[in-house]
Design a binder for this molecule. Structure first.
Ligand SMILES: Cc1cc2nc3c(=O)[nH]c(=O)nc-3n(C[C@H](O)[C@H](O)[C@H](O)COP(=O)(O)OP(=O)(O)OC[C@H]3O[C@@H](n4cnc5c(N)ncnc54)[C@H](O)[C@@H]3O)c2cc1C
Length: 232
């Protein structure tokens, strides 16, 4: 979980600290930026949904997608017929973002209202994978989203594999930005008789809802009834 100190910098780059490039350097409140894979991957491991941006003929698109972080690489998938997948598979330069929303920050002034968050912006290109690597990546994707599920779910057949594009998005460089802790009010506002603080927001799964075809003697697996994110 984020620290309670809003001004606390995230850990410095443990890989040796090469300066971030202009493309990923956080400009506003740079002390909230981090560029090491440990910080970036911790956020990517917790997320479920990314937004992928790319341009076609100068027109930018931002499309929501499922992803998995496997061995430091991002796995994306979708229909071979999808323009999104066809475009990404062609190797265009792309930008992928994941945001975890941790809370609403209520300051005494409207100006200092904020959000607590952990977010990643990653730049890179995707490439299609085939054969055993593709089959494994699809299993890994299911397992990333719902640990324990691949043991029970039927794997893809040849027709499903042919219809599905699976891409590896290699991260060329990435930044993380983290805001945590209480509001940063002006000192002269602190004496005002106004409630201020944080409304924490977390992902909380609801009660599982079996569909109508689940036989009565098939119990709800633990990995469903106890689902949570982050998973560890
Ligand atoms: C939570 C979530 C997870 C998803 N995971 C995947 C995934 O893993 N793989 C995958 O292929 N697709 C996924 N989708 C669907 C994805 O967002 C696209 O809708 C889908 O890829 C359709 O692509 P397309 O080539 O038909 O559309 P495109 O040709 O890419 O889009 C055409 C136009 O349709 C509109 N559009 C497309 N998608 C959306 C959208 N989601 N919301 C609003 N408008 C839209 C936009 O205006 C876009 O310019 C996911 C969507 C959500 C919300």
């Amino acid at each position: 979980m984020p620290s309670q100190d809003p001004s606390a910098p995230v850990p410095a780059d443990p890989s040796g600290g090469s300066a971030p490039s202009d493309r990923v350097r956080v400009r506003r409140l740079p002390e909230r930026g981090a560029y090491d894979r440990e910080t970036v991957d911790a956020i990517l491991r917790e997320g479920l949904l990314c937004h992928v941006a790319f341009a076609i003929d100068g027109q930018p698109y931002v499309i929501p997608m499922t992803y998995a972080l496997i061995d430091g690489r991002l796995i994306l998938h979708g229909s071979k017929a999808s323009r999104l997948l066809r475009t990404l598979a062609s190797g265009v330069s792309a930008c992928l973002s994941v945001t975890l929303l941790d809370g609403l920050v209520l300051a005494r002034s409207g100006f200092h209202h904020s959000m607590n968050f952990r977010s990643v912006v990653a730049f890179g290109r995707a490439r299609p994978i085939e054969g055993d690597e593709k089959r494994r990546a699809l299993d890994d994707l299911v397992e990333f989203l719902i640990p324990g599920r691949t043991e029970h779910a039927r794997g893809p057949d040849e027709r499903e594999l042919r219809a599905t594009e699976v891409l590896v998005f290699e991260i060329e460089e990435a930044s993380a930005k983290v805001r945590a802790g209480p509001p940063g009010d002006e000192p002269e506002d602190l004496a005002l008789p106004i409630w201020a603080g944080v409304i924490p927001l977390t992902q909380v799964p609801g009660a599982p809802e079996p569909d109508e075809f689940v036989p009565a003697d098939v119990p709800c697996p633990d990995y469903v009834s106890r689902y949570r994110r982050p998973t560890a």
